[in-house]
Design a protein around this ligand. Structure first.
Ligand SMILES: [Zn+2]
Ligand SMILES: [Zn+2]
Length: 238
């Protein structure tokens, strides 16, 4: 599914015109693909050295080490942990990140039951060592996730999960879309809390209204753009 093999870290560097004294202040997005679901974990950072970790799917020790090594190598300070939604593949590394960096976990309130349910079904997928993490606060539409010189607005995009959020930076033309919109695909709606009409509405009213040249960083598979999906997505076409 993913064009990024496990163990590879892809870093996207922001627009150079915003660099200041050779210090890039624009958002940079590193992607690591973890666990058998090939989930994309993102580290968002900028020239301030601060970073936010989104959906840490690391489970095996070597996956945890890969995330940790990236943070260390880039001398980043982790300031927040957020989940787009709380399916097992996106939350496996939550407790590892909390323990390693002492940061709080933030999710949408409506996905708290989804997070609580993970402990009961994680062993069915072979994740016998899953450690549940406590939620420290909630993300709401209209709010923002900010660190260093970067601010991302929170979009509420239910349908794949009841409390699904996406993170959008207009300045950086970037959208962290979780499992709502993929390269020529959309999130499944047959899981508990999923609803097709709601997902389609989220995509049309919250995502397809963004500029066409917005890069979409999904929870699985390769990057895409709003314009490309509006033209070619087989499930939701503009
Ligand atoms: Zn999901
Ligand atoms: Zn997923």
């Amino acid at each position: 599914m993913s064009q990024f093999a496990c163990g590879q870290t892809k870093v996207r560097v922001g627009n150079r015109k915003f660099e200041r004294k050779n210090k890039p202040i624009m958002l940079q997005i590193a992607s690591m693909t973890f666990n058998p679901f090939q989930e994309n974990t993102y580290v968002l950072y900028d020239g301030s050295g601060s970073c936010v970790i989104v959906d840490p799917g690391c489970y095996e020790p070597d996956e945890q080490q890969e995330l940790k090594s990236f943070i260390t190598r880039n001398e980043l300070k982790v300031v927040q942990l957020v989940n787009t939604h709380c399916h097992v593949d996106h939350v496996l590394g939550n407790e590892f990140v909390k323990q390693t960096y002492g940061v709080g976990l933030y999710i949408h309130r409506l996905d708290e039951p989804v997070l609580r349910a993970v402990s009961s079904y994680a062993p069915n997928y072979g994740f016998n060592r899953y450690q549940a993490a406590e939620v420290d606060g909630f993300l709401e539409e209209g709010g923002e996730v900010s660190f260093g010189d970067t601010m991302l607005s929170i979009l509420f995009v239910p349908g794949h999960a009841p409390g699904h959020v996406a993170f959008y930076s207009a300045e950086n033309k970037a959208l962290i879309s979780g499992d709502v919109l993929f390269y020529n695909s959309i999130g499944r709606t047959d899981l508990p809390g999923g609803h097709y009409d709601t997902l389609e509405k989220s995509i049309r009213e919250k995502l397809y209204v963004l500029p066409d040249d917005t890069t979409v960083y999904p929870g699985h598979g390769p990057e895409t753009s709003i314009g490309f999906e509006k033209r070619t997505n087989p499930f939701v076409r503009a």
